[in-house]
Write a new protein. Structure first.
Length: 84
C-alpha cells in the first residue's frame, strides 16, 4: 500500500511532462489527442515507478537480510552500556 501511495504521489508529474513533450513533438493539440497523451504518460510512468520501486525495495531488503544473517551473534547486551 505504501508503494502505491508513493507511486501516486511522485509519478504523475513526470508522466504529465512526458505527455506534454510528446505533444510538442507530435504538433497536434486536439482535445482528444491531449487527453490520450497525458493519460498515457501519467499511467505509464505511475505503473513503471510502482514496478521499479517494488523491485529495488525487494532487492535491497534481501541484501540487508543476507548481511544481517552473515554477522555473527554477539553476547546479549544488558543495561545502558558502560563497563561498570
Amino acid at each position: 500500500m505504501r508503494v502505491a501511495t508513493i507511486a501516486l504521489a511522485f509519478a504523475p508529474l513526470p508522466g504529465a511532462l512526458l505527455g506534454i513533450v510528446s505533444l510538442f513533438m507530435l504538433g497536434s493539440w486536439e482535445p482528444t489527442t491531449v487527453v490520450r497523451y497525458l493519460s498515457t504518460g501519467v499511467g505509464a510512468t505511475t505503473g513503471l515507478f510502482f514496478i521499479i520501486f517494488r523491485l529495488v525495495f525487494a532487492v535491497c531488503w534481501n541484501r540487508r537480510a543476507a548481511r544481517l544473517r552473515a554477522v555473527p551473534a554477539g553476547p546479549p547486551v544488558t543495561g545502558q552500556g558502560g563497563t561498570t
